[in-house]
Design a protein around this ligand. Structure first.
Ligand code: FPP
Length: 235
């Protein structure tokens, strides 16, 4: 795949995605919401493998927010089942692509079997040195900052600067997000990676997440590569 032929000159190192629109996708077809999530997991598989193939180094996806617990029980249960199913179904491909798996968020509230599966896949893929695929589960940007502050206090640290503080965040091992993609037409951050999004380029598309594919991804990357990043400076 020649990225230059697709008009892509520079690749973002870290892409984050808010995978929105699963429910709408299902509703449009008269199907239960969980069918939309299942289809969303299929779209995710293709995006993960494609991102790894073209050389994205970090891909972080929002799979369950600290606010998603307020959804109907049946939907929450399904969303708690999907990540482990996803890992099991795609284990071979993930290893073949040399992808490392990681999870961010407060794991203590996740079902125990999911916690075990996460630990297992983090350990089993720890030596893979290709793309790092990060799933945010029971994650909230504000909750992340608060847990970091509390740990700073617990450790009796008197003062922090940005660099020191970052080390307490769930996101400590990743660079700032270069490109945030949100599907389904909403233009919000929705309490995702607040700290790491401070200078990200934002890309919004009306495409519903289950319909998001390679072509859509390349379109987002092309737009990113044409953006003029200034980080508060001047050109
Ligand atoms: C938001 O769409 C989507 C979610 C809260 C869940 C995202 C989960 C997946 C894509 C499943 C795959 C994840 C893994 C890690 C295997 P929505 O349901 O709020 O859509 P709506 O706004 O159309 O109702």
């Amino acid at each position: 795949m020649k990225l230059a032929n697709a008009g892509i000159k520079t690749l973002p190192r870290h892409v984050a995605i808010i995978m929105d629109g699963n429910g709408t996708w299902a509703k449009k077809r008269g199907l239960p919401r969980n069918f939309g999530h299942r289809q969303g997991a299929r779209a995710l598989k293709n995006v993960v493998l494609f991102a790894s193939k073209i050389g994205i180094k970090y891909l972080t996806v929002f799979a369950f927010s600290t606010e998603n617990w307020s959804r109907p029980r049946e939907e929450v249960d399904y969303l708690m089942k999907l990540p482990a199913e996803f890992m099991r179904a795609n284990e071979t491909d993930i290893h073949k692509h040399n992808i490392r798996f990681a999870c961010i968020g407060d794991r203590s509230r996740l079902p125990e079997d999911l916690q075990k599966t996460i630990d297992k896949y983090e350990k089993e893929t720890a030596e893979n040195d290709g793309m790092i695929f990060i799933v945010a589960l029971n994650y909230g940007g504000k909750a992340d900052i608060i847990q970091a502050v509390n740990r700073v206090i617990d450790e009796g640290v008197a003062e922090v600067d940005e660099e020191k503080f970052e080390r307490y965040l769930y996101t400590k091992d990743m660079p700032d997000v270069d490109l945030l993609i949100r599907t389904s037409g909403q233009k919000r951050i929705s309490n995702f990676l607040l700290w790491k999004l401070s200078y990200s380029e934002l890309y919004f598309t009306k495409t519903l997440w289950p319909d998001f594919n390679k072509t859509q991804f390349l379109k987002a990357l092309k737009e990113y590569s044409n953006r003029d990043r200034r980080y508060g400076g001047i050109k």
